[in-house]
Write a protein that binds this ligand. Structure first.
Ligand code: PHE
Length: 347
């Protein structure tokens, strides 16, 4: 029996040394130490032994069991370490492989143009203010001298929210003139950029939503000369000293006198023709309308509680898309709203 136990031990240790996976180890454990294992089988015969032999064999059997268990533990540790090493080697990271490129966005050209214009005005001492896009007809029209029945109040031009035509999407940033003047005493010097809405079909130079920058200066002794100076400064800073612009008499109900300022078309250079066709950017005009302006109407000042005998002011409204298009040589306004990155990434 002693020899049997020795053999079992030798074979077991050898088998364990040869086991090459945790699964193989587990199989061996069951086979060697389990209820149906060889060692158990031998132990079951202990009853046949004499009283003197039994403790001796018992001790030996326990020693055999212990050395098998020790070996099992040792192999387990070894196999685990080997598996870990193999895994680490397999998962080695090559830090020299180029990474997946992350595409970085940048400011939209409209935002750039707006930022530029704001910087220029802030540099001239203007404050930037913000106002609502959903506006009352009272501010958008009535208090700007645009009486009920005026064509620009027509439902075919303006987006209204209510049947009574009292609440609308502002058609211009000029209501900001009223909002500022009713709250602030002169001197006033503000610009108010933002979105405006009109029922226009979209084409190369029109969109139902576009941006304006309203400007308003009210103080003692403000003249048309101040207006011209401010606008010329803006346009020369934006387009360069040699930009060709013209002031053209016009009519706005809320300014008197009024004018529009045009810039020579950057595509056809004022000829109205491009490639033998009518220029699509200026519709053959040779000029692109940039802004409307004028001296604040005395009735508008008085309506906001400002003494029109003491104070005068000028106001202007710049079309930001047109400005950006001229600045960046973009010939179709719709490109600014399509958000095609192939287009946007050029700026
Ligand atoms: N609000 C006018 C427009 O949208 C422009 C304007 C602004 C004219 C301020 C005069 C003074 O056409």
């Amino acid at each position: 029996m002693k020899q049997q136990l020795e053999e079992i031990k030798q074979r077991a240790l050898q088998a364990l040394d040869g086991a090459s996976s945790p699964a193989a180890l587990e199989e061996l454990r069951v086979k060697l130490l389990g209820k149906k294992g060889e060692l158990t089988a031998v132990l079951k015969q202990m009853g046949k032994l004499s009283a003197e032999e039994r403790p001796v064999m018992g001790q030996l059997a326990n020693a055999v069991r212990a050395s098998i268990e020790d070996k099992l533990e040792q192999r387990k540790t070894e196999l685990h370490a080997a598996a870990l090493k193999a895994k680490l080697q397999a998962e080695t990271i090559d830090v020299t492989i180029p990474g997946t490129p992350v595409s970085m966005g940048h400011q939209h050209p409209m935002n750039k143009a707006l930022q530029e214009a704001k910087d220029i005005f802030v540099g001239m001492g203007y404050t930037v203010v913000d106002g609502p896009e959903v506006e009352l007809a009272d501010y958008n029209f009535t208090r700007l001298n645009i009486e009920p029945g005026h064509p620009s109040r027509d439902r075919s031009d303006t987006f209204y929210f209510d049947d009574g035509d009292q609440v609308l999407l502002r058609t211009q940033t000029s209501p900001m003139q009223i909002r500022v003047m009713e709250k602030t005493k002169p001197p006033i010097r503000i610009v108010a950029p933002g979105r405006v809405y009109r029922k226009d079909e979209a084409d190369a130079t029109h969109s139902p939503m576009f941006h304006q920058i309203e400007g308003l200066v009210v103080d003692e002794g403000i003249t048309m000369g101040d207006l011209k100076g401010a606008l010329e400064t803006l346009i020369k800073r934006l387009y360069g000293e040699d930009a060709v612009i013209r002031f053209r008499p016009h009519h706005f109900p809320f300014t008197e006198p009024s004018c529009e300022v045009d810039m020579q078309c950057f595509k056809c250079h004022g000829t109205g023709e491009f490639d033998g066709h009518v220029c699509s950017t200026c519709h053959g005009e040779g000029w692109i309308e940039l802004l409307g302006a004028g001296m604040v109407h005395p009735d508008v000042l008085e309506g906001c509680g400002i003494d029109s005998k003491k104070y005068s002011g000028f106001a202007f409204g710049i079309g930001l898309e047109r400005m950006a298009m001229g600045r960046m040589r973009i010939n179709d306004m719709r490109l600014l709203f399509d958000n095609d990155v192939r287009f946007l990434s050029q700026f």
